[in-house]
Design a protein around this ligand. Structure first.
Ligand code: GDP
Length: 667
């Protein structure tokens, strides 16, 4: 018969899951009282279970929003913490422990917090009610508690005892009502006592005449009256499971033994209290119905409007977002795979080997003081023949397999990192690192076979490198280009030094360095130059010499002497370049087949296997909400959906309420 309360509690729970907007608040019963007034005992008597944490050390530090849901068709009794998602908890001592933990999460120094704990209890033995348990008022703070604690509790309670809530003011019968903090607080916001119910606990501790006088409420009248209860369960409890029956029997015996308590106008007993709460809440819900309909209507209109304006009424699902994201990851990868083929790999490997050729030339030829004699050396000069063999070996035996494979792996990984840091993966850090991990894994798995294959196939070059006229000519051409580039950067570096230090000063410094080399003993002018300048001067000397040698070598490469492969020992740069090109060709061929193609084939499959396969609904939602735009979109959509659901329920209730009033009315 309390259908409205039941339905509106459902509505309230839905509204609580979307926001804590004041306007969308449905009335609830707020329980206030001083510490030890018996607040917890009253709540437990209503629920029929011991479930509140107890102890002397301020155990209620946060509001508990307790929703009782009457389930007449089920024997099951359990609690749920919707914010924690722990599922059904059948053991009430477990609920008690959880509440204790949640309260203790508020630090001793903070002491109370306004972050409420939501708890729902489903049982055939509870009425449909929403109750809010608040920290008890305290008289004095102990030394570990902040001075302001008293005020903080008062403030917190004030937030909750506003309209349309009903105030359950718990006072102990053995304490003068004039001192009741609960009544003082309620009088401030509800001076006529229109929405305050007084609960007098511990009736067993006062003489019946005193007890009945309190309940008659002549001194501090409340419109809804006072109800006396005895909530101390008898000590010899054998039915631990449900405390209600034992408690009520004990209470009933007590009130029955004193005739004053059966007089008219006196309300006693937990049963009476429960009924009263249900009635008052139902009435209050009925009063709130129309205002809540208005508020929900407004919210719904706003949500619909926003949904239209921001998203053009486009509905999305987390699932479709996941699918789109995976598609776009694959798509981006495909784009990259198309742009990174044989020519790009060749470019990478060739650049690396050309650099190595330059290093070898510099190390073995350009720093050799005999280099100017090379063009005039006889064809069977062992010195130069030996040099050429050495430099060729240094190139072919330098572990081309590993280095070229590693190079391509590095380039691929660098590109994967770019992919991982752009849309859509930039919104999903975990997925992004997963992608990088399995990319790396695929490449690692292919690394050794690829490197070995390359190494095996370049083996012949370690003994002999033959080449055609054409290949030779290409080698010459490329080495000219390379040396010209090298020369250019040499000159550029030289110019830079000259510009930063100044022509004159540099010239003097160079002279000084050269002189100093000649006669090291003469140190008298040393202090004229700053060591940094001397350092640059030495660099300049090196660059100048290098530039000279490069010009000289370029002339040689362009001369008739270098026109044919027979004269390879006179043109080591061309020869080494020709070798490098052959190595590049071989390496690229195997890297392409063994590494690149395999990677491009496996990556999309791993995306399916590791990112999509076996995602559950919750993971899909979490993933989608990692993207802030999608999160906002989904949340607004969800809000709108829930408001629509609420509106539908409310419309039904409004029609029903009108029917009831219509029947009561003029007819
Ligand atoms: P709270 O601090 O307001 O939650 O108070 P509790 O519910 O923890 O009760 C404080 C103390 O009063 C406990 O020791 C209870 O057993 C006791 N108590 C509660 N209700 C009654 C009652 O009706 N009669 C008697 N005699 N003691 C009670």
């Amino acid at each position: 018969f309390m259908l409205l309360t039941k339905k509106l509690i459902e509505v309230r729970n839905i509204l609580m899951s979307i926001d804590h907007n004041e306007a969308l608040r449905l009335p609830s019963i707020v329980v206030i009282g001083s510490q030890s007034s018996g607040k917890s005992s009253v709540l437990e008597a209503i629920v029929g279970h011991e479930f509140l944490p107890k102890g002397s050390n301020m155990v209620t530090r946060r509001p508990i929003e307790l929703t009782l849901i009457h389930t007449p068709k089920s024997k099951e009794e359990y609690g749920e913490f919707p914010q924690l998602g722990l599922g059904k908890i059948h053991d009430f001592s477990h609920i008690q422990q959880t509440l204790r933990d949640l309260n203790l999460a508020v630090s001793e120094s903070e002491c109370v917090s306004n972050k409420s704990i939501e708890l729902r209890i489903y049982s055939p033995n509870v009425p449909d009610l929403t109750l809010i348990d608040l920290p008890g008022y305290i008289q004095v703070t102990n030394k570990n508690q902040p001075e302001t604690l008293k005020d903080k509790i008062v403030e917190l309670c004030e937030q909750y005892i506003r309209e349309p809530n009903i105030i359950l003011a718990v006072c102990a019968a053995d304490v003068d009502l004039a001192n009741s903090e609960a009544l003082k607080a309620s009088r401030k916001v509800d001076p006529l006592g229109l929405r305050t119910i007084g609960v007098i606990t511990k009736m067993d501790l006062v003489e019946p005449e005193i007890g009945s006088a309190i309940l008659r409420n002549t001194d501090y009248p409340l419109h809804l009256g006072y109800i006396g209860v005895v909530c101390k369960p008898p000590t010899n409890r054998n039915n631990q499971k449900n405390i209600t029956s034992a408690l009520m029997r004990h209470e009933e015996q007590f009130f029955r033994s004193n005739y004053v308590y059966s007089q008219r106008g006196i309300q006693v007993g937990t049963g009476t209290l429960r009924r009263k709460l249900m009635e008052v809440l139902e009435e209050s819900m009925a009063k709130s119905l129309f205002s809540i309909v208005g508020a929900v209507q407004l919210e719904l209109e706003e949500a619909r409007y926003q949904f239209k304006v921001q998203y053009n009424d486009r509905r999305i699902t987390a699932e479709s977002y996941v699918a789109e994201t995976i598609d776009s990851i694959k798509h981006n990868f495909k784009d990259f795979a198309h742009s990174f083929g044989k020519p790009q790999v060749r470019h990478e490997v060739r650049t690396m080997l050309e650099q190595r050729v330059l290093d070898l030339c510099a190390e073995l030829y350009w720093t050799d003081s005999k280099i100017v004699d090379l063009t005039k050396a006889s064809a069977d000069d062992l010195y130069w023949q030996y040099k050429l063999d050495m430099s060729s070996a240094a190139l072919t035996k330098s572990g081309i397999g590993r280095t070229s494979t590693q190079l391509v792996v590095d380039v691929l990984m660098a590109n994967m990192e770019k992919l991982a840091s752009m849309e859509p993966l930039n919104n999903h850090p975990d997925t992004s690192s997963k992608v990088l991990n399995f990319s790396n894994e695929i490449l690692r798995n292919k690394f050794h076979t690829t490197a070995d294959q390359v190494e095996n196939c370049v083996k012949p070059y370690k003994y002999e490198v033959e080449c055609s006229e054409q290949e030779w000519a290409d080698g010459v051409k490329r080495s000219i280009i390379l040396l010209e580039k090298e020369l250019e950067s040499c000159d550029k570096a030289l110019r830079h030094i000259r510009n930063t230090i100044g022509k004159k000063k540099l010239r003097a410094a160079i002279k000084y360095v050269l002189d100093a080399e000649k006669e090291e003993a003469k140190q008298h002018t040393r202090l004229h130059f700053n060591p940094k300048v001397l350092e640059r001067a030495r660099e300049a000397i090196f660059l100048r010499d290098r530039s000279m040698i490069l010009k000289y070598r370029l002339a040689a490469l362009k001369s008739r002497q270098c026109k044919s492969p027979e004269s390879k020992q006179y043109c080591p740069e061309a020869f080494l370049n020709m070798v490098a090109e052959k190595l590049t060709y071989t390496a690229v061929m195997f890297i392409q087949v063994e590494l690149l193609n395999e990677f491009f084939f496996q990556f999309p499959r791993e995306v399916d296997n590791r990112l999509v396969y076996d995602l559950d609904r919750k993971q899909i939602l979490t993933f989608a909400k990692e993207n802030p735009h999608i999160r906002k979109h989904l949340e607004l959509q969800e809000r709108k959906r829930k408001l629509e659901e609420v509106m539908e329920k409310l419309n039904y209730l409004v029609r029903r309420q009108r029917d009831i009033e219509g029947r009561k009315g003029p007819a």
